[in-house]
Write a protein that binds this ligand. Structure first.
Ligand code: 2HA
Ligand code: ZN
Length: 279
């Protein structure tokens, strides 16, 4: 029997993963990264995290995904809803989030909680699911995909070359800790129409090599083993992009040198993506 009354927000927020989703979406909205219905989050859950709170036999509704996801069969996800505002999640989790299980053959999504009043999962489900599939291949502990419209990252895609190595190097140079947080660098896809399987495929292809992918003039995808890690990655990239936007129009009097970046990587035991530092 389900122990959670979906309409009871206080009760829903007692479920750890519902609270985390509600709090992180609120944070992102307050950061100005998720205007209107901008942004989406998906979080892979273990059955053991779900079972104490929900009746796993009680499927409220089945939803057809735009493509079969056999690789994720039987997996549980909590996701943001399509067209939903991050601003509102904390006050109405069941209306704005959904708990889904991918059916045993990967052809359907079984709704176990939330997405009330016929709501659908995020319009970027293709990018999320395809990214989960690719990240899980390289990191079995991978759990979280976050997309938002981080302001300075977006701004930077107007004035910086979109070459991945050059973009990554610029970000590394902006804050001392960047190379430690994202030694694998940043993937960038060309501008594409959002919400499509095509952009999902392009994003996921980058996810084989990168934790984070930028959509020019649109936003960023960040991944991680926890909400904190995925969010922290985006925060760090956004901070670097903000510094870039603050200093880009000024004469630079001193900077972090390539030698110093290399020393940082060595001191923190990370390996910078090859081909970025000219040492
Ligand atoms: O509307 O951010 O990319 C949600 C989005 C689409
Ligand atoms: Zn978006």
């Amino acid at each position: 029997m389900s122990t959670i009354n979906a309409g009871n927000t206080a009760q829903s927020l007692e479920v750890p993963f519902i609270r985390e989703m509600s709090e992180i979406t609120q944070h992102m909205w307050r950061n100005g990264w998720d205007e209107r219905n901008g942004g989406n989050v998906s979080y892979l859950l273990e059955e053991a995290e779900v079972a104490p709170y929900f009746d796993l036999e009680r499927v409220i509704r089945v939803i057809e995904p735009a493509f079969p996801v056999g690789e994720l069969a039987g997996r549980y996800f909590i996701v943001t809803g399509s067209g939903k505002y991050f601003k509102n999640v904390l006050h109405d989790p069941a209306g704005n989030l959904g708990l889904l299980r991918v059916s045993a053959d990967g052809s359907l999504l079984e709704l176990l909680w939330g997405l009330e009043n016929g709501a659908r999962p995020t319009s970027e489900l293709a990018s999320h699911f395809m990214s989960h599939i690719e990240r899980l291949k390289v990191d079995p502990d991978h759990r979280v995909v976050i997309h938002n419209h981080a302001t300075h990252v977006l701004a930077m895609t107007f004035i910086h070359e979109l070459d991945e190595a050059k973009f990554t190097k610029t970000l590394w140079e902006m804050c001392t800790e960047c190379i430690v947080v994202f030694p694998d660098g940043i993937g960038i896809i060309p501008w594409m129409v959002p919400g499509s399987n095509e952009i999902g495929r392009a994003t996921a292809e980058k996810m084989r090599e990168y934790h984070s992918v930028i959509w020019p003039q649109h936003g960023i995808f960040g991944t991680g083993t926890t909400i904190d890690e995925a969010f922290g990655l985006i925060e760090t990239i956004e901070k670097a992009a903000q510094i870039y936007m603050l200093v880009a129009h000024h004469p630079i009097k001193q900077r972090i040198t390539e030698r110093q970046l290399s020393d940082l990587a060595a001191a923190f035991g990370v390996t910078p993506r090859p081909g970025i530092l000219d040492l």
